[in-house]
Design a binder for this molecule. Sequence first.
Ligand code: TPP
Ligand code: MG
Length: 625
Amino acid sequence: MSTTTRRLTVAQALVRFLSVQYTERDGVRHRLIAGTWGIFGHGNVAGIGQALLEAGEDTMPYHQGRNEQAMVHAAVGYARQLDRLSAQAVTTSIGPGATNLVTGAALATINRLPVLLLPGDYFATRAADPLLQQLEHPTEADVSVNDTLRPVSRYFDRITRPEALIPSALNAMRVLADPAETGAVTLALPQDVQAEAYDWPEEFFAEREWHVRRPAPDPFELAEAVAAIRAAERPLIVAGGGIHHSKAEEALKALVDATGIPVASTQAGKGSLRYDHPADLGGIGHTGTAVCDDIARTADLIIGVGTRYTDFTTASNTLFQNPDVRFVNLNIAAFDAHKLAARTVVCDARAGLTALTEALSDHRVNSVYEAEYRAGKERWEQVVDAAFTADDENAVPTQTQVLGALDAVVGDEDVVINAAGSLPGDLHKLWRARSPRQYHLEYGYSCMGYEIPAGIGVQQASPDTPVWSLVGDGTYLMMPTEIVTAVQEGLPVNLLLIQNHGYASIGGLSEYVGGERFGTAYRYRTADGTFSGAPLPVDLAANAGSLGMDVLRAKTVRELREALAAARASDRPTCVYVETDTATPTAPPAEAWWDVPVAATASREAAVQAREEYDRQVADQRRHL
Ligand SMILES: Cc1ncc(C[n+]2csc(CCOP(=O)(O)OP(=O)(O)O)c2C)c(N)n1
Ligand SMILES: [Mg+2]
């Protein structure tokens, strides 16, 4: 029996293959690779570039980016908005185009968000080495700069022969669609191989559906978890990003409504319950709310659902202070389920929460405990109100008042995106998440520059949803490039740009750890060699305007609210620019610690004192065994 074959280049075959891959979960189908971002150079211009051209927009939509890292951020934002059921690919030239992917790949892998990376690579034949941009390794001839993508990828292969694409492409799809393993997947493509023709079996191009599984809890593990919850006096759920990925928000609400167990959320998990649900205690940990951290300190059972327990969540292992505290972890990844010596339930979040609700339908926490956390939540609501509200509408807003103005303008479905600076802490403490996808904080990698490109990805995924990218001035300067992409694609992303002349967050941290704000302000260099002169005369609003955005400058609280409303109503990408009052403290202080080691010996007094404070705090650190 002869097999039918089709003669195509490796690049043409890959694009055709990618265009017919689908995910399926709960009976709903999505394109697994819905489009391809690309910046062309030698290494992909004649291979993947030609293949995309030949395939056409209907088969494989192409998006033009400005920076390779930013293209990955856009793809990550897209995948997160679609619960990881649809992803995008990113193609690059060899050398610098490829290594620009590394930061984006790390971000994707850490946050467990799928993206397919297709960097060009050196000639498999080595016919003309060294190529332009080739790193020649004197002792390991098969090393290329793309090997830097190995530790940040969940799957990596270099396609050095055409037929090797077949198993590798299938494995790439397996990993991208796997709810536990997903992240960045890299297929490095030597440029000569991309252009080489091969007779591909026709079956390679047949539609393929990748079922995104929802593993049910193991009966033994479930029974142990149920027993632990029944025995607990002060249980607390820690809701992580896994709840969103699994679309388990309603299942969480059902469990909470049945049992009265309160919910703390990580940065990735915020919005798992609506902010006004009586059991939603808001953010946990270093950037958490007072009520949440008080309950966490005294809880005897922590039920982690879809969380990685980062240091921000555990306050660097100083938060869970009850001597008898125990952990039950529901996680689809056994690796995370086993953290903090927990009882494990390795399963899909929705499946696990639904099973717990069934098993605990007759169980409710003590009413005294319920009254305690509800009262704490009401007190915290007043803290939020105080931080959001400005007494004088004609004054320059503080940063929390900027968030208050945004809070007054957004609807239930608006998406608010942020990743780094002082905003993540303020948002985690204060933001009132009204719907599951509203709070889009990338805090696995907390990568400055994620916000604007991610806004594009989110807007592509949800064309009718107002999208807000929140950035500080430092973040803006790091990666404003994709504004051009939003303009080109007609995506009405809103940019809220907060000018405070430097790294306010790191300045504050530096002061706390005895660093005296060294190197954190954007100021002129003075005669003594320090950056302590006047603020720099940069005009970031003009910069955003020069890249094609509409710009609204707001000087007061009132002007800001009006500008935000106008931006939201506009169908063009719009930047709302505001300078903030940094002298008036309106952000609530940290309720829990974060471990940033301080110099053990120093000649400057600030560091000596900071070390004394450090030694006091670190004494609370414990290992949960
Ligand atoms: C790519 C990257 N580089 C460095 C950091 C470390 N970092 C975290 S916040 C921050 C400063 C952010 O400044 P800005 O965006 O102006 O926000 P602000 O702190 O002023 O609120 C820095 C340098 C980071 N998170 N990401
Ligand atoms: Mg700043």
